[in-house]
Write a protein that binds this ligand. Structure first.
Ligand code: C2E
Ligand code: MG
Ligand code: MG
Length: 646
């Protein structure tokens, strides 16, 4: 007994210290943490009441009957509660992933738990589990074994639940859960083998310890610099709110010029300033949970019905002042973003993605300091998310398509070339135009892969069809400004051409004005590609800032006039476009007009001296087979016409 008492008091002390540490650190407002505290607390109370009731039972003649009922009653309540808390913990751990069956099981378990506790409470009247005899003291009741049933039923179910669902955990968590299951199982076995020694409690302490180290240690969830919760935990909390059908309120507080400010003030000062922002948010909004993502982005999760306006005003007022960090006044721009309360999210992933995209949108809008995310914005964010997924899929599976739009010789009216244009045919969204996915690919770096695939498609086309036999002189391929920075591009193109046994003279590379920004890089790139045998056309002239003087510096052979300046001329004709075309011709560039949509444009542009025409008046971009069929058809019609003239 003395040994048991010593072990038990050490166990109580260890658990108290653990709980104290746990309570001192910030905690995520999730059920898991609630049941962890409940598990550790019921363990301490079970031990305490066990020692107390055993001692009182031994000296029962000294105590009134009601006090013996109380001490024994509480012991049994906590005894059952402890194993129930272990089960509830594992259930909370996997709650959202266990679906409807999980929910029904949870209800059933709660009912059994309440029933058992009720039986314990009724003991002074029924004596089912125990009773107190005025002379003999404590006596076991006819249903005493229900206590063991509760112990083994809850523990076994908890272990089974953990085994079944553990696949969604990371290795450390799985290890911690395994250890805690092992500990409670060993505790259960020892209880049968050595019922009078209080060793089971020590095993339960080991279980609490394992859970703490694997799941509950706050350092796992905190962003060290800011003492806010890290962004991964945001999904966890939202997931539970949605699972429990609990409403919530959200807003995002972002430092817009984060990278710029980091360069101006230095890393140490910015980290300190972000720490101050975090502290301010946590102090000002105590009923909210503050999460920190990278680059100065915070998310606040609050209760439904939060007064949005007052939160916004408090934040905006504070950001007007500098943040005094490491003896420096750090001034940063605020972007405050809020979700309209009418928004409905599908799941936690949806919320997390929407907030992420919202942050990206905020970073790119230099003029606003307040964004209200409404349904329209959310739909467009969702759409761009789906496009992103489709893009990844198309590049991974190599299902990116090349469409071909005919380019017409303005004088003869014959198809002499084509522009290859990228398309994605996605099973979810359908046909996606490049205007939607090229900017995304440029942002996430996959444009190199996309460019390579498109180049392959064109080479495969050139390998398959004899261009000359179809009267075609060239195929245009678009290059992104990002691709232009790749020093190995010429080498890559060379090796692909070798693979398909095609020569570069038939390939014209189109680059837009944006690529002209990095002059030296582009010059070197163009030189390498020209050496490899390609020629260049400037795409979309007139849509940006390029002018005739700058173009002289680059080895372009052709200029493609953007459809906007073509359309603008035919809306309000003046001498601007004809003069531009004439200047380019005099400088030795061939010109192509884009966006030719009707006969008037076609004739007007030809009379201006434009060399090539491209536009819906002739044809929209086609898939490969349709494009070939179109040319064959055109040639057949022309032949019939020539024969008729003859
Ligand atoms: P772009 O290179 O200027 O291509 C011409 C765009 O104008 C094509 O749009 C074409 O379908 C459209 N177009 C042609 N004629 C007409 C017309 O008469 N009326 C109207 N309204 N539009 C016409 P698309 O295919 O949507 O491509 C948009 C842009 O996406 C391209 O503009 C190009 O900048 C980019 N892009 C397409 N494919 C690729 C690619 O493989 N790589 C790169 N880097 N960019 C690409
Ligand atoms: Mg183009
Ligand atoms: Mg263009």
């Amino acid at each position: 007994m003395a040994w048991s008492f010593n072990v038990s008091s050490v166990t109580i002390m260890v658990l108290c210290i653990l709980l104290l540490f746990f309570m001192m650190k910030p905690r995520l407002p999730i059920r898991l943490n609630f049941f962890f505290v409940a598990f550790a607390l019921t363990e301490i109370l079970t031990l305490f009441t066990d020692i107390l009731s055993s001692w009182m039972d031994m000296h029962h003649e000294l105590f009134p009957v009601w006090s013996l009922y109380l001490s024994n009653g509480f012991y049994f309540l906590f005894f059952i509660g402890r194993s129930f808390c272990f089960l509830a913990y594992t259930m909370a751990l996997f709650g959202p992933s266990s679906g409807k069956v999980g929910k029904a099981l949870q209800r059933l378990v709660c009912l059994i738990f309440l029933g058992l506790e009720l039986i314990v409470v009724s003991c002074p009247l029924t004596g089912l589990i125990f009773s107190i005899d005025r002379d003999l003291g404590y006596r076991s009741g006819p249903f005493y074994n229900l206590i063991y049933f509760a112990l083994y039923f809850f523990l076994l179910l908890g272990i089974l639940y953990a085994i079944r669902e553990a696949k969604i955990l990371n290795p450390l968590q799985r290890y911690g859960l395994f250890l805690s299951c092992l500990a409670v199982a060993a505790g259960g076995v020892f209880r049968i083998l050595l019922p009078h020694i209080l060793v089971m409690n020590s095993f339960f302490m080991l279980a609490v310890l394992s859970l703490y180290l694997a799941f509950e240690n706050a350092d796992l969830y905190m962003e060290q610099r800011t003492s806010a919760f890290n962004y991964q935990t945001f999904e966890k909390v939202v997931e539970e709110r949605i699972y429990l059908k609990k409403d919530f309120w959200m807003c995002s507080v972002m430092v817009r010029n984060f990278s710029e400010a980091r360069e101006i003030y230095g890393g140490e000062q910015m980290d300190a300033a972000i720490g101050l922002v975090s502290e301010f948010l946590r102090r000002s909004f105590r009923d909210m949970t503050v999460f920190y993502d990278i680059n100065g982005c915070f998310v606040l999760l609050g209760p439904p019905g939060t007064d949005s306006r007052s939160v916004r005003e408090i934040v905006q007022a504070r950001f007007k002042e500098p943040w005094r960090a490491v003896n420096t006044d750090v001034h940063v721009d605020l972007v405050y973003a809020e979700m309209a309360s009418s928004l409905r999210f599908r799941d936690a992933r949806d919320v997390v993605e929407c907030v992420r995209r919202l942050m990206e949108a905020a970073a790119q809008s230099p003029d606003t300091d307040f964004i209200l995310m409404d349904q329209e914005m959310m739909d467009s964010i969702r759409h761009s998310f789906r496009v992103r997924r489709a893009l990844n899929r198309a590049l991974e599976e190599g299902t990116l398509l090349a469409y071909f739009q005919p380019i017409i010789d303005a004088r003869s009216g014959e198809v002499v070339g084509a522009e290859a244009l990228a398309r994605i045919q996605d099973p979810e969204i359908g046909m996606i135009p490049p205007g939607e996915f090229i900017p995304l690919a440029e942002k996430n770096g996959s444009i190199s892969r996309l460019g390579e695939l498109m180049f392959r498609r064109v080479c495969a086309f050139l390998h398959k069809y004899d261009l000359e036999a179809y009267g075609l002189e060239f195929i245009n391929v678009n290059l992104s400004p990002i691709q232009c920075k790749d020093q190995n591009l010429a080498e890559l193109f060379r090796s692909i051409m070798k693979e398909y046994d095609v020569s570069p003279e038939k390939i014209h590379l189109e680059i837009t004005e944006e690529a002209l920004i990095e002059e030296a890089v582009l010059h070197a790139q163009m030189d390498r590609l020209i050496e490899a045998g390609f020629s260049f056309a400037l795409d979309d002239f007139g849509s940006g800032y390029a002018n005739q003087f700058r173009l002289k510096e680059y080895p372009f052979t052709g200029i493609k006039l953007d459809m906007k300046i073509v359309w603008s001329h035919f809306k309000r004709p003046d001498s601007l476009l004809p003069n531009t075309v004439e200047t380019f011709s005099n400088l030795g560039f061939y010109t192509t007009a884009e966006g030719v949509e009707n006969q008037e444009m076609s004739e007007g542009l030809r009379d201006m001296g434009i060399v090539y025409l491209q536009g819906f008046y002739y044809a929209k971009p086609f898939p490969e087979e349709a494009f070939v069929a179109y040319i064959e058809n055109q040639r057949a019609e022309r032949q019939v016409e020539e024969e008729r003239v003859d």
